[in-house]
Design a protein around this ligand. Sequence first.
Ligand SMILES: [Zn+2]
Length: 140
Amino acid sequence: MPVVIQLNELLLQVISLYFLCGDPELHCILLILMVIKVKIKERSVLARLAAYRLKSPSVAIVFGTTICLWNVSKETFLKNERWVRHELEHVRQYQKKGFFLFLFLYLRESISNGYYKNRFEAEARRAEARKDVIEDMVII
Ligand SMILES: [Zn+2]
């Protein structure tokens, strides 16, 4: 948590400086700070539960900015560009709606329409072919 607070404070300082002097170098620093940092968690219990529910041998499930994996290594997952883009689109959906609202809407869609017809899943499947999905995100 202290790291997040420091980053936010740094971001505010850089934004203030940028608006004061408009320095293009500050603009670059601002863009770097605003990049969405995505984490990967291997052997996730929640992903294991999702794998059981979906009857799938391996699963990736996103919570906020963390991609939780079950029965697939980070290395193998990252080699599958379409799968990475799919999960990063879910990260973007969390960013757009906010953590709890997205989770609520996603679950509501899944209950009403099932996993495959869930509009957030359809959107993520379309994103698999789009190269721009990963432009403003970095996996740490
Ligand atoms: Zn998905």
